[in-house]
Design a protein. Structure first.
Length: 409
């Protein structure tokens, strides 16, 4: 495989923490919401960083960008986190150059997800890049890399079974409910949060539990009402949250609040309940799990569930890696050609100057001299481009191209 010339990409980094070394509580300390993301982008220029994006999900918080060193990106990220820079540095991984590029391909494909092949990462990546691009922080390199990663992910989804079957955090929650609670006509379910994960969870509740005894509550009441109408469910305002906490048997929390929306004090006398917290950071106060009437489950517990679908997905990993390799080569070829563009433009400019200066009167009147020589020029430039892909000798190819043109002119 071709390799990127790291002297050109040595300032591209991917730095982050994920589920492999940290639990959900720690990841919550470094979660980045949109307000924090916006603040980081506003601070970036003062740190001499002009190209970056941040991917913050229940599995990971990662910052991708160009910097003098990785510490520069870590400092910027940790200006907006509850966790300290020291803790982040101790728990984080740093990838650089082509290794960072390949890591993003793996993340986008779901190969690095807590649940293998989890396709929700694609929409999360799109949102992360869009947020940064709208504020002017996606350069040509990141734009092309992002597009190649998306193409790779799409091909993997269409040509492999890596994301086959139904396995995601939201579906794992439904599996957990089915194995621990007997659903009947009287069972009352409360879903807090109707964003991307909340919507998927709602659909799975309706499809797999075959119940309509579900109440939706969201900070934005319009979103809850819209989703409730789509599935013929009940919705309620946030002001009624405590009332529905008391009356519900099962509570799923998929909100995106910075602080817990359900407190232990609200649950002490609320009766027996199963509560599933799908949020990072936790949106159910951790002490709630110590109450004798509460069975609290978080995303890390759900992600440990294994089934036949996951085993089938694991068998598709080699196919996914092969697709990534092809897209990675495509990106590398684009990158190397982009690096060669100034030299190729210089060759073309010089050949055009020679053409304009030379006497064309010796050419046959029956043949258009402009067409002939423009065609020759482009053929020589293309030949130089092919050679540059294989070996970086710009000066040699510059002289060679001029000699070739003079020889055939």
């Amino acid at each position: 495989m071709q390799t990127l010339r790291l002297n050109e990409t040595s300032h591209f980094y991917a730095v982050g923490i994920n589920y492999k070394k940290t639990d959900a509580a720690v990841r919550g300390m470094f979660a980045i919401n949109n307000n924090a993301y916006d603040s980081i982008l506003q601070l970036a220029p003062s740190s001499n960083i002009d190209s970056l994006f941040i991917l913050s999900t229940c599995n990971r918080t990662e910052i991708y960008g160009f910097a003098t060193d990785a510490d520069q990106l870590i400092n910027l990220l940790c200006t907006q986190t509850k966790g300290t820079k020291e803790d982040f540095t101790r728990l984080s991984y740093t990838k650089r150059g082509i290794i960072a590029v390949e890591h993003l391909f793996n993340v986008g494909a779901g190969l690095d997800s807590q649940i293998l092949g989890d396709y929700e990462i694609t929409s999360q990546l799109k949102q992360a890049v869009k947020f940064s691009k709208e504020r002017g922080f996606i350069n040509c390199f990141l734009e092309r890399l992002f597009n190649n990663v998306l193409q790779s992910s799409k091909t993997i989804r269409n040509e492999t079974a890596l994301s086959g079957g139904t396995v995601s955090v939201s579906f794992a929650a439904i599996q957990y409910i089915k194995s621990h609670v007997k659903i009947n006509a009287a069972t009352q379910i409360l879903l807090i949060g109707t964003g991307k994960i909340g919507r998927n969870t709602c659909k799975n509740l309706v499809d797999y539990l075959k119940t309509k005894n579900i109440t939706l509550i969201n900070r934005s009441e319009d979103k809850a009402a819209e989703l409730a109408a789509e599935f013929d469910l009940n919705c309620a305002p946030l002001t009624d949250l405590e009332k529905y906490i008391n009356s519900s048997d099962i509570i799923l929390v998929a909100s995106n609040a910075c602080e817990p929306v359900i407190l232990a004090s609200q649950l002490k006398s609320a009766g027996s309940k199963l509560i599933i917290d799908l949020s990072i950071p936790y949106n159910v106060e951790e002490q709630s799990g110590a109450l004798p009437n509460i069975h609290l489950v978080n995303v890390d517990m759900l992600s440990k569930m294994n089934d036949e679908t996951l085993r089938k997905r694991e068998a598709e990993t080699p196919k996914a890696n092969e697709i990534i390799s092809k897209q990675l080569i495509d990106f590398i070829e684009w990158y190397n050609m982009r690096r060669n563009a100034p030299a190729l433009n210089a060759i073309k400019l010089k050949l055009n100057q020679i053409y304009q200066q030379r006497d064309t009167s010796l050419l046959s009147d029956k043949i258009c001299p402009v067409y002939i020589d423009k065609e020759k020029i482009q053929r020589i430039v293309n030949g130089a481009a092919s050679k540059m892909r294989l070996k970086n000798q710009h000066g040699c190819y510059y002289i060679e191209a001029i000699n070739e043109f003079m020889a055939i002119a």
